[in-house]
Design a binder for this molecule. Structure first.
Ligand code: B16
Ligand code: MG
Length: 226
């Protein structure tokens, strides 16, 4: 297997922390006097914390002062951290560990490319931190997906050319970021939603070692050969 770099998004790819984000945002919305639904929470996937609060306040039609905005962001994060504190290995999504073990055995460089500022503690809680050579998260970037900054920085720190990187993502904005970075994009989720991805799988149980070996031999522009 060639030395391709593999970059994983966190929420929706490695663990399903979206449910905890939802509970924390819902609590804040209810406190501010309006409802927040799971359907609305879909808009928050892959989106930065600050942008999520902006969208939430648009939904509730609420104007906030800078002080209120900052304190609501902090409050939401503290509630979210309470959920994170209780996480363990059982929350790793199906076959993620198998794929990470396979790549590690092949000595493939592995990075995390996530919008979350809580990425490192989450990986520690689920005991996956040691698989990652590089962690790029919301603390390291200034531009949110679909900007490719997070993935380009991950490639740089892995010492890989972007065209030698493969990204696993569950959010449309993340797939767009990977494509703009000229990386092979693999969507994890619904094909109808992630239709801009080079490949889409429902989850990692559908990804074989043979497939990983094959895409490791090609660049994005040669994908038709796979
Ligand atoms: P935090 P990802 C994203 O993670 C989540 O999908 C998104 O809902 C969340 O707002 C964002 O992280 C920021 O998270 O509040 O922990 O900094 O999918 O990019 O791994
Ligand atoms: Mg995600």
């Amino acid at each position: 297997m060639n030395k391709k770099g593999f970059i994983f998004d966190l929420d929706g790819v490695i663990v399903d922390t979206a449910k905890y984000h939802f509970l924390a945002w819902k609590k804040l919305a209810n406190q501010l006097g309006f409802k927040f639904t799971e359907e609305q929470n879909e808009m928050f996937k892959g989106v930065s914390r600050k942008r999520c609060l902006e969208i939430l306040l648009e939904i509730g039609n609420i104007e906030a002062t800078k002080t209120q905005f900052d304190s609501w962001m902090l409050e939401k994060n503290l509630d979210y951290l309470d959920y994170i504190a209780k996480m363990n290995e059982t929350e790793i999504l199906p076959d993620v560990t198998r794929i990470l073990k396979f790549l590690k055995n092949k000595k493939s460089p592995i990075a995390l490319g996530s919008a979350s500022k809580n990425a490192q503690p989450i990986l520690e809680k689920v005991k996956l931190l040691s698989y990652f050579d590089v962690i790029i998260d919301g603390n390291h970037v200034t531009k949110a997906k679909p900007d490719p900054e997070v993935f380009l920085l991950a490639a740089k720190q892995l010492g890989e050319n972007p065209q030698d990187c493969i990204v696993f993502e569950d959010a449309v904005a993340g797939i767009q970021a990977a494509n703009t970075a000229n990386m092979i994009s693999i969507g994890i989720g619904e094909a109808s939603v992630l239709n801009e991805a080079d490949f889409v799988f429902k989850d990692f149980t559908e990804i074989s070692s043979e497939f990983l070996e094959k895409i490791s031999q090609v660049k994005k522009k040669e994908l038709k050969k796979v």
